[in-house]
Design a protein. Structure first.
Length: 136
């Protein structure tokens, strides 16, 4: 682990409630495909620790997750580090244009996407789409 990652992880651990952080996993290659193959609905968050828009999205996502525990129960949240995987297979396959992109997938279908949006109502709509797909 490099110094930047250690500092970011330490800060996140200090500022994020344990209950919320436990339900978001850091991406590793193949992880999303495994979750999708097992029938899970996946919420991908392409972000960078230094990105202000990403931080705003993160605050909204965490607030919505704390308001509705069904999100964590039914959706697999995966954070994809843009600095590490922005040019990776997953980003290229999904044609992710930039960091601060949120994508919901089920099986081989994309159910929704937000690029650089931070509006609570739009992020809630995307999370509700994921929840609906996961519970239907």
């Amino acid at each position: 682990m490099n110094r930047r990652d250690f500092i970011a992880l330490s800060t996140a651990a200090t500022l994020t409630p344990i209950a919320l952080s436990a339900k978001v996993v850091d991406y590793t290659p193949g992880m999303a495909q495994k979750a999708l193959a097992s029938g899970k609905v996946v919420f991908l968050d392409f972000s960078a620790t230094w990105c202000g828009t990403c931080a705003a999205q993160d605050r909204v996502i965490n607030a919505l997750r704390s308001e509705n525990p069904d999100y964590d129960t039914n959706i697999t949240f995966i954070k994809v580090d843009w600095d590490d995987y922005g040019n990776g297979k997953l980003s290229n396959a999904l044609k992710i244009p930039r960091r601060s992109t949120l994508v919901v997938l089920k099986g081989d279908k994309e159910l929704g996407r937000i690029v650089a949006g931070t509006a609570k109502n739009k992020i809630k709509k995307l999370m509700d789409t994921a929840l609906s797909a996961a519970t239907s």
